[in-house]
Write a protein that binds this ligand. Structure first.
Ligand SMILES: NC(=O)c1ccc[n+]([C@@H]2O[C@H](COP(=O)([O-])OP(=O)(O)OC[C@H]3O[C@@H](n4cnc5c(N)ncnc54)[C@H](OP(=O)(O)O)[C@@H]3O)[C@@H](O)[C@H]2O)c1
Length: 225
């Protein structure tokens, strides 16, 4: 994929990984639709692009984001989903509210976005989900988060096979722990002591290299080493 002038919808653009993706994609000349929940954080993002503040836990949020990205009549060349929340603590004590929030944000938002975007994708375009390394092996104290991410990976796998019919490539990115502050914004529980993580810029660079290289079909955790 040629990134110069590519029409790219970036969800979670204000986050640690999302903002690194935004900066690097814009530097490569992409035409961005920057999507996140909070308008004030989108306004503060020092990256040129259309802003779309929506709650992606509802299908209407994804529909509005896709409408913003296609407002000038163009199809979408790439959709990157860097939206997510995390929760810590034993599954036995996790509240139903936290469980609902995990699955609405991590799973349903991605499914709604995929549904809304697919009919508007350029043949040869790419969609990227971000399940993370935990979808390869779940961990105690993160069982529900890990389960939501396993659902992301499973959905991406099946959806990717369907999307091939319309010549859309679908990639699941599974980066290891990354220093974005996500764990300090947990919706429940306290984070364990993680070893030093990757930089958001390094993770974004690996994802963008995969976006530009049509031969890449998957981004396992080993691709970020
Ligand atoms: N950090 C890690 O160690 C790591 C490792 C592997 C995978 N991942 C995954 O990578 C993705 C990005 O992680 P991150 O660390 O960059 O997280 P982050 O810094 O907390 O960013 C999360 C982003 O999601 C947006 N968001 C949250 N809920 C939303 C909603 N309901 N509607 C619309 N946007 C919403 C936030 O927007 P607002 O700013 O408006 O709230 C923000 O832009 C997540 O899926 C995460 O699980 C992270």
């Amino acid at each position: 994929m040629e990134l110069q002038n590519a029409n790219i919808l970036l969800a979670g653009a204000t986050g640690g990984i999302g903002s690194a993706l935004a900066r690097q994609l814009r530097a490569a000349g992409a035409d961005l639709t920057l999507v996140a929940r909070h308008a004030d954080r989108l306004d503060r993002l020092p990256v040129e692009g259309r802003r779309c503040a929506v709650d992606l836990r509802m299908p209407e949020g994804s529909e509005a984001a896709v409408a913003a990205a296609t407002a000038d009549g163009r199809t979408i060349d790439a959709v990157l989903n860097a939206v997510g929340v995390v929760a810590f603590g034993d599954a036995a004590s996790l509240s139903s509210d936290a469980l609902e929030e995990l699955f609405l944000t991590n799973v349903f938002a991605g499914v709604f976005l995929a549904q809304a975007a697919l009919p508007h994708m350029t043949p040869g375009g790419t969609m990227v989900s971000m399940s993370g390394i935990i979808s390869e092996r779940n961990l105690p104290g993160m069982a529900a988060y890990g389960a939501s991410k396993a659902a992301v990976r499973a959905f991406t796998d099946g959806f990717g096979r369907e999307a091939r019919r319309t010549k859309v490539r679908v990639i699941d990115a599974r980066p290891p722990h990354t220093e974005t502050g996500l764990v300090d914004r947990a919706i429940a529980g306290d984070p364990p002591n993680f070893p030093q993580g990757l930089t958001p810029d390094a993770v974004a660079a690996t994802i963008i290299a995969a976006l530009a290289d049509d031969s890449v079909k998957d981004l396992p955790s080993s691709a970020f080493a």
